[in-house]
Write a protein that binds this ligand. Structure first.
Ligand code: FAD
Ligand code: NA7
Length: 573
């Protein structure tokens, strides 16, 4: 099927090519049709190609004139012409993490022939892992379990007041914790393989890169190469930790890729970076009793509500974590080898000539993550990536600028980097591609929680962002401290846990920002995120009867506005 225009010389070349191959074709000259312009618009939407000729063979979009000739040269066109499915697979997914697996499984459920390739390039420290991607192996799962280990330590401290006799020495054993966590992760890796097999998804443990249109080369651990073709591709390759690019960093520092399987206790640790991965790791390491310092380049938790970020870092500081603000490492030197060894870190101020140095057993870099898109051969097929950070721009149906290539998860430009987002996007993409669905992934009001010693849950806008979008005079902010009942008896501090909502006065006091700092913030935030999706207003919160005694009930009784300046400190219980 050739969509062209009567005067188009490229269309004429394609016609000649098909004639020379003895292939019959249909042609639609859009300039001769009344609705030609709208057909061209629809084609542009479907294929991301605005120009003609626009060629389809056996329902598969081939592209324009050049692409058709390239396909002819590579033999792909002949394959496409021969049979309905000229490709080895209907769908190849590159990356077996949260987004990739969800997409692959859903496509297989919808009856498609699917392949997933997943390959973990070992970290500079040599750490690698199994199927499942970041979340399962080196992200959410081990992180939350280590957070739990730290919370149990806190619970042990509290338990005396509840009558438990814990007077004998209680010690934490890093090796036991790591072994248990790694065993659990292995069971998840196995479960993923099994579920792919059950759904007849072909899993290949190889590194994938494009070599030409519709074709990837898969290279396994032994260096053996195999090529596979597919009608459609989904990129879900995720991100890997960034390094500082200074002397000694790759040699001596670890990242979150190494921490969760570290075979020895890291000891006195410097965490570089102040975003959520940094604070979470610093939080549980301190909770396990280690001496922890966080080196902050500018602000804590950039992009999050700074009011909550400050309260959170103040709490961590009061609970033993040292914050070195406005410093960046300049040099890392090894003083002693060992498990752990000793490292000297020289750091320079971001505000002046001052330098400082410190000795640590471990330096953990948590300074951001780079999208794994630069070694995928995307330039060979013309998929655009951002020059700045390698992220992939997609339209609202996760389609890249190359019509048969889609992308989901952490590699997307401007989207939240969270497991449930990647899963939702992957699943819905498969349903749109291969099912009857047109449902798109909703990236608005995605809730999240930072699992620091005092958890921080949020949904919607930070106060700063809300002011930027809606202007301060159109907002009402309600806030309150709260004192979890469990903390009272345990003698833990009042006026620390905090709740805040931001309401849009111009829209029925709609809740556009939800923030909570306290125990189980993730559990609390999840439910309120549903309410926000349903259009939660301040009135609806006031009309809701709370559950007593819980932390979440504070949101049903918020009556102090920030603008009133009234004191929110609590005097008693
Ligand atoms: P990934 O899960 O990273 O999967 C990508 C896979 O593709 C990897 O296995 C990779 O090795 C593979 N791959 C890459 N290139 C190729 C190639 N060329 N060929 C074959 N395979 C390839 N999110 C939350 O929602 N909650 C949390 O609590 C949370 N905690 C986190 C804690 C940490 C320390 C980190 C680092 C992340 C955390 N995240 C959390 C984020 C979450 O892990 C990611 O958002 C999620 O894993 C992204 O999924 P993905 O499918 O985009 O990529
Ligand atoms: P982020 O969210 O990109 O944050 C990076 C942090 O590291 C942030 O505090 C940065 O400070 C700091 N940073 C960045 N570069 C440096 C250098 N060179 N020196 C010192 N400090 C630096 O990364 P995360 O790893 O926390 O999380 C990335 C995603 O992974 C996240 O969205 C999760 O979904 C999982 P800045 O504020 O820029 O000054």
């Amino acid at each position: 099927m050739i969509f062209s225009k009567s005067c188009c010389p490229h269309g004429a070349r394609v016609k000649e090519l098909f004639s020379s191959l003895g292939v019959g074709y249909n042609i639609l000259d859009l300039d001769k049709l009344e609705d030609g312009v709208s057909i061209q618009e629809v084609l542009a939407e479907m294929t991301n190609q605005k120009t003609v000729p626009n060629i389809f063979v056996n329902k598969v979009h081939v592209g324009g004139c050049d692409r058709t000739f390239q396909a002819h040269q590579s033999g792909l066109l002949q394959k496409l012409l021969k049979e309905d499915s000229a490709y080895d697979y209907d769908l190849i997914v590159i990356g077996g993490g949260s987004g990739g697996l969800a997409c692959a499984k859903e496509a297989a459920i919808l009856g498609k022939k699917v392949m997933v390739l997943d390959f973990v390039v070992p970290s500079p420290q040599g750490t690698s892992w199994g199927l499942g991607g970041t979340c399962v192996n080196v992200g959410c799962i081990p992180k939350k379990l280590m957070h739990q280990a730290a919370l149990l330590g806190q619970a042990l401290k509290d338990s005396g007041k509840f009558g438990w006799d814990c007077s004998h020495e209680v010690k934490h054993n890093w090796e036991v914790m790591v072994e248990a966590i790694q065993n659990y992760i292995s069971s998840l890796n196995w479960g993923y393989r099994l579920s792919l097999r059950e759904k007849a998804v072909t899993y290949v443990n190889s590194y994938a890169e494009f070599v030409e249109h519709h074709t990837i080369k898969a290279t396994n651990k032994k260096g053996q190469e195999t090529c596979f073709t597919a009608a459609k591709f989904v990129l879900a390759t995720g991100e890997r930790p960034r390094y500082l690019g200074i002397q000694g960093d790759k040699e001596y520092c670890i990242t979150s890729d190494d921490l969760f399987s570290l075979p020895y206790c890291p000891g006195k640790t410097l965490v570089v970076g102040a975003s959520y991965v940094a604070l979470e790791c610093a939080g549980f390491l301190a909770g396990l009793g280690l001496d922890v310092t966080v080196m902050v380049r500018s602000v804590v938790l950039r992009g999050f509500d700074q009011d909550l970020a400050d309260r959170l870092s103040a709490y961590m500081e009061q609970h033993g974590v040292t914050f070195l603000r406005k410093f960046v490492p300049a040099q890392i030197q090894q003083l002693e080898k060992g498990s752990p060894g000793k490292l000297k870190v020289v750091a320079k101020s971001t505000e002046g000539p001052e330098t400082i140095s410190g000795v640590y057993n471990t330096v953990l870099l948590a300074i951001g993550r780079d999208a794994c898109t630069r070694r995928l051969g995307l330039e060979k097929i013309g998929v655009k990536i951002s020059d700045k950070d390698g992220k992939i721009p997609v339209n609202d149906v996760e389609q890249t600028n190359v019509s048969y290539v889609y992308a989901v998860g952490d590699i997307l430009e401007g989207k939240p980097e969270l497991t449930p987002v990647a899963i939702q996007a992957g699943k819905l993409l498969a349903r749109r591609l291969f099912g009857a669905s047109s449902e798109k992934c909703d990236y608005i009001n995605v809730p999240t929680t930072i699992f620091t010693p005092l958890e921080y849950g949020c949904c919607g806008l930070s106060e700063e962002k809300a002011i930027e979008i809606h202007k301060k005079e159109n907002l009402e902010v309600f806030h309150s401290f709260f004192w979890p009942l469990e903390w009272t008896l345990a003698g833990r501090e009042n006026n620390t846990c905090y709740a805040k909502i931001i309401c849009n006065k111009l829209d029925h006091d709609r809740v556009i920002g939800f923030h909570v700092l306290g125990p189980n913030a993730g559990e609390i935030t999840q439910g309120f995120a549903v309410a926000m999706k349903c259009g939660l207003t301040k009135q609806l919160l006031d009309d809701t009867v709370g559950i007593h005694p819980t932390c979440g009930e504070v949101f049903t009784t918020l009556d102090v506005t920030k603008s009133s300046g009234l004191d929110i400190t609590q005097k008693g219980c």
